[in-house]
Ligand binder design. Sequence first.
Ligand code: RAM
Length: 345
Amino acid sequence: MKKLLSLTLALALSMVVFTGCTSKQKSSSSSSSKEEKAVYALVAKDVNNPYMKKMYEGFETAVKEVGAQPLYKGPDQATPEKQIEIINQLVAQKVSVIAIAANDADALEPALKNAMSKGIKVLSLDSSVNKNSRIVHIQQADPEKIGRGLIQAAYQMINGNGGIAILSATAQATNQNLWISWMKKELSENADKYKNTPLIKVAYGDDDPTKSTNETTALLADPKVKIIIAPTTVGMLAGGKVLQDKKSSVLLTGLGLPSEMAPFIEGGVCPWMYLWNPIDIGYLAGYAGNALVKGTISGKEGDKFTAGNLGEKIVTTAADGGTEIMLGDPFKFDKNNIGQWKTVY
Ligand code: RAM
């Protein structure tokens, strides 16, 4: 039912290019035993992050559809050190695929290079590793559109008047840092437009609910701050709760899960926000990993493959000179559509 709703909405909202539909699940009818199946692992930034769990949902579906064995791994906190340990364990376990949402672009390089030297197909998703550490990256949406779009949204929400603060994830997170660099570019390239909406501070909540709550509270101590941009689902939820509890007039936008942020959009704390379908990111990674294992693609620009229900996907050049596979455009959630999306993801 949820899948159908998602599909219908995505069609109805065809003015935006968005693959919002949750991939249909097929049950794996393979009769081969678990031992014989190749293992495809997803390494989360942090296993407890609800967004990562949604990504794994899609990954698991895809991996079962192609007849392999899915595995979910990740640290309890979003640090690269723990991810290195996990990568080494997966190499020892002789998995076939490692799809990783990286806590650092460079720190994982030796471990991932070692994995690739053993024939393991390594891809990053959500938050990329550097181009030497992966075969290909699964990119959720154009980082420039995300970064510029969030600043433009914040500007509109505060009518071009008031300070902007950013509540990010960890200081090393590749995806958040890339989005923030586009936010800063949007501000500096249009200095006249943004002269009354300066960026006051970038705070880091580490994708930890408690730290994100404390950082939000600290941001509110500065009366110049009129809006907080949280380009992380964990930061969005924590920020929304603080603003609502304090009945603050400071507004919030960013990248949030509709299921978590519906009350704040409906209540007005967050006029609107953006995201893409995290389930589809994981699903795409599962199919891309399988295409690498089967040799359908090698990860070079121009390679094409069918990603199950998402249809044909193409490998393109990424901004860092490596390659990537793009899911689609960010999608806007506001009072008009949040009611329909909150039950989807
Ligand atoms: C958080 C994570 C993740 C990011 C989303 C938007 O859950 O930091 O990496 O893509 O937010």
